[in-house]
Design a protein around this ligand. Structure first.
Ligand code: FES
Length: 274
């Protein structure tokens, strides 16, 4: 009996009576050999009395499995966000650059087996798009040039000191660090500063103070991240000009972007900021 068949048989015996025996066997082969050779598919299917198609289906669904020997050993996993905010900020061009420069495609290893490319729909870092994770470290505002620097510093033989490109949270900086139900916790951690300033301007200058604030907002080029990218300053100016005694603020907390959790993260962890 060949060594591979023996390995599959041993794993099948160990998996007996467990739930997810196919998962157990494939994980075992992957751990033992560093990849799952094609020759392992038939004995695995026969031992479990399932079809080869089921084993292949499993392998292609869980794309982390390596299926060729060239991909054995260490590799760097690159995960790119393909959701709206990141796409609007250049992730498509970035992806093209990654695919061409490292000879990669989604769910595949580079020919030298050093890199694997995958994607997600939103890391929750939409405010700092485009976001890319490399070996589990999230990087924000990644341009092709920044990506090249990250890869250069990952190079197996490159002993240069890594450049500091790790994510610095701005929008989520209080998340997990304060009691979300405490307004004083929020205030003690930089909350209300801008609001206090704006109210101070309005109190001392009236409508002129309001216009100063709106102009500052327009100059900042702050815009919505809901897909349309509408300038916030123009939105506030429109509301300001509206002749009405009472104006209502409605907060849209719908996470319309599938697989996106940025709004949820803020509402659950830093709701007073909203
Ligand atoms: S859209 Fe890319 S991190 Fe949210």
């Amino acid at each position: 009996m060949k060594a591979l068949d023996k390995l599959v048989l041993r794993l099948t015996e160990e998996a007996e009576g467990r739930q997810g025996s196919l998962f157990y066997i494939l994980n075992g082969i992957n751990e033992e050999l560093g990849y799952i050779p094609d020759e392992a598919v038939l004995p695995t299917a026969e031992n479990l009395n399932i079809s080869k198609a089921e084993v292949y289906g499993f392998l292609s669904f869980f794309r982390n499995y390596k299926t060729d020997a060239a991909a054995g050993g260490a590799y760097h996993k690159i995960v790119v966000c393909r959701s709206e905010s990141c796409e609007a900020s250049g992730s498509k061009q970035l992806l093209e650059h990654i695919k061409i420069s490292l000879n990669l495609d989604f769910g595949k290893y580079s020919p030298d087996g050093k890199y694997f490319l995958d994607y997600v729909y939103c890391f929750g870092h939409c405010a700092s798009s485009p976001a890319v994770a490399v070996d589990g470290i999230l990087y924000d505002k990644v341009t092709p040039e920044v990506f090249d620097k990250i890869i250069k510093n990952l190079d197996f033989n490159n002993l240069e000191k890594p450049v500091e490109l790790k994510s610095q949270s701005l929008i989520f900086k209080r998340c997990g660090n304060i009691n979300p139900l405490s307004a004083s916790d929020y205030a003690d951690n930089g909350g209300f500063n801008a609001l206090r300033r704006v109210i101070g301007e309005i109190k001392s200058k009236g409508d002129e103070g309001k216009l100063l604030f709106i102009n500052e907002l327009k100059q900042s080029k702050l815009k919505g991240r809901g897909g349309a990218g509408f300038p916030a300053g123009i939105k506030w100016e429109t509301v300001f000009k509206e002749k009405s005694a009472v104006k209502y603020i409605i907060c849209n907390a719908d996470e319309g972007d599938s697989g996106a959790y940025a709004d949820r993260i803020i509402l659950e962890n830093d709701p007073v900021s909203v």
